[in-house]
Design a protein around this ligand. Sequence first.
Ligand code: GDP
Length: 442
Amino acid sequence: MAFDSLSDKLQNVFKKLRSKGVLTEDDVKEAMKEVKRALLEADVNFKVVKSFVKSVSDRAVGEEVLKGLNPGHMVIKIVKEEMDKLMGSEMTEIKLRPSNEITIIMMCGLQGAGKTTTAAKLAYQFKNKGKKPLLVACDVYRPAAIKQLQVNGEKVGVPVFAMGDNNKPLDIAKAAIQHAAKNNINLVFLDTAGRLHVDEDMMNELAEIKENLDIAYTILTVDSMTGQDAVNVATTFNDKIGIDGVILTKLDGDTRGGAALSIKAVTGKPILYSGMGEKLTDLEPFYPDRMASRILGMGDVESLIEKAQSAIDEEKAKEMEQKFRKASFDFNDFLDQMAQLEQMGGMQEILSMMPGMASQMKNVEIDENAAKTPKAIVLSMTPRERSLQDPISPSRKKRIADGAGVQIADVNRFLKQFEQSKKMMKQMSGMMGGKRKRGGFK
Ligand code: GDP
């Protein structure tokens, strides 16, 4: 997972700090030396590391901290606050123009950074917020890029405007805006051409579009796996054409973290979103404080709650509670629960957001496939079996096992577990009901 190594090292420094009742200036200096080394190894920009360590040290060696009640904790708190600040403190939201106007967003970046994918992800997020987006294929150098945008657009249900590869990007963009005006579209994403490296032609082309059109946001996509290069690319784009924000992709991989921690500090431009996977739903707003919590191994409870809220349908949750209470939970309900868990990103992702869990879980490979066996077993049942109307006889067990590609013993084990969890749910909901009756539980 991203930031693993950095997280580990910082947590070791913190452990030492916490274990000391009294802290001297030298203890803080020693700890800061280790923090500095960890950040440099994570490929954080050298100047950023220097000024970060200085800010933390200046605040940490003061009397108030060292003579305070819990100096170790105070120092950790300061590290957290300074790290939030480094990444911009507040989440930066893209503000669109009023619905009756067209907001034009120009997406730029090097080839392979994830620009086309990210354009579709963003369009999808705004479509879900009630906007009417259009994706525009301005990459005329790679016919495959046009096709890719069309495929992605189709997947997220957003129209794609393309004119093949015989027109200038600026002309395509102009035509797309006219098309948008006629078709009640209020958000236009220009998917511009990337190159393997920063080059003059690419910059001139982007500058030309920017000069001639009323671009509301110029968003740069960079690949977090490229570390310092990502920061250099952001600096060059910002100097040459001016950017409004960055989307950092591939944070789901095992990137060391340098780009996430350096971009805002070096370029002055915020990270707007992070790409968390190849699926078109894998894009998350970038919250500096939550990211700092994750990096420091403090978990990210807020994001976990948000994920749960968006994956769990409230009506369904109420219905489920009733079922637990009456112990009428059947195999269909089980399938629903599995689907919600999957929507939340699977067990590994969920655990990585829990405080203290990320480091403990790092070497544990959660077998997401293990959860697929019970699902396959349920899917091999008939509708009547799933709703508990038909008892599952031995011959039915054999049929189910064959259908799911497992042994009869696996089916037996699953059925036993299912009965046990039903019993437990009944007891638990009994306890909750009891509390509620006494009026103490809401
Ligand atoms: P472009 O050349 O900048 O338009 O890049 P693409 O959109 O074609 O993306 C390049 C590759 O990166 C594709 O295989 C994408 O699926 C992949 N990709 C993009 N964003 C992410 C991300 O956030 N996580 C992961 N794991 N892969 C991504």
